[in-house]
Design a protein around this ligand. Structure first.
Ligand code: PAF
Length: 280
């Protein structure tokens, strides 16, 4: 597996790969890799000739009170995992490589980023779309792979790619869970044993909503009326637990087309997110 730090070198490698006629699959990450990320690498390898992974803890998507400094950085371990998973190249830029010293440009996707995580994390999605567009411009992959755990992020990136006519196919890959239901996340490492136990209430409340829909319930208030209490009392605060249209993320009252239930909650100081499809 080849390593690149400078954007120009990464770009030159990708250009030579494309000139050979090979199809590039791209997996952008912030490192601290787990099975969820590795499933994206596998999806890319199945669909493309060469897989490029980036590891970049993007300062622009962290708020001033968030965990930028403490975000886990495990570059050597991550590179070994990627090598074992068969990635062809890893891009390890620094902040200066990506943003230079006088960054004047931001990418903003408006409506879909307004609620949910966007409501409580000012500037977060702007940071995500700005860095993802930069990374896509450096790698210029034919396909890029994102986890469905960051559901609003995935829909936002799809919207950006659509609106800006970017020549890349975006693929969302299913959430990977621990056997007890906890969605894998690099932030799970912050949880103590008792936090981890309490965090299970998040997936439990989502499974309960799925169960209600399976049993025929379609009314959003009724479903949430049973799911919210499963979370309350276990997590320390609930950012949101909402049911939205699966594609647009618009608010809905009845589930008549594919929907999604999304949760964000704090367990101690750790903010966790999760979601599950609700199909009528
Ligand atoms: O999902 C992530 O890890 C990040 O938000 C991403 C897409 C790599 C952009 O920094």
């Amino acid at each position: 597996m080849q390593r690149f730090r400078a954007p120009a070198e990464m770009k030159a490698y990708c250009l030579s790969v494309r000139n050979e006629g090979s199809k590039i699959g791209f997996v952008p990450t912030m490192g601290a890799l787990h099975e969820g990320h590795l499933s994206l690498v596998r999806a890319s390898k199945a669909a493309c000739d060469k897989t490029v992974v980036s590891i970049f803890v993007n300062p622009l998507q962290f708020g001033p009170d968030e965990d930028l400094e403490s975000y886990p950085r495990r570059t050597e371990r991550d590179c070994s995992l990627l090598e074992a998973a068969g990635a062809h190249a890893v891009f390890l830029p620094t902040s200066a490589d990506i943003y230079g010293t006088n960054q004047q440009t931001r990418v903003v996707v408006h409506e879909i980023t307004r609620d949910l995580c966007g409501a409580n994390r000012a500037g977060h999605f702007e940071g995500v779309t700005t860095v993802v567009l930069k990374l896509l411009n450096i790698v210029q992959p034919q396909a890029a792979f994102f986890g469905e755990k960051d559901y609003q992020q995935l829909r936002t990136i799809e919207r950006m790619v659509h609106d800006l006519f970017l020549p890349v196919r975006i693929t969302g890959c299913p959430i990977i869970r621990e056997p007890d239901g906890l969605a894998l996340s690099s932030r799970n490492q912050y949880l103590s044993a008792s936090d981890r136990q309490r965090a299970l209430a998040i997936s439990r409340s989502l499974y309960d909503a799925q169960e209600q829909v399976r049993a025929g319930e379609r009314n959003v208030s009724k479903i949430l009326g049973r799911s919210i209490p499963i979370l309350q009392g276990q997590v320390d605060s609930i950012d949101y637990l909402e049911i939205r249209d699966a594609k647009t993320l618009d608010a809905i009252r009845e589930i008549t087309t594919p929907a999604v239930i999304l949760a964000a909650a704090f367990v101690s100081n750790t903010r966790l997110i999760d979601n599950m499809p609700l199909n009528p």
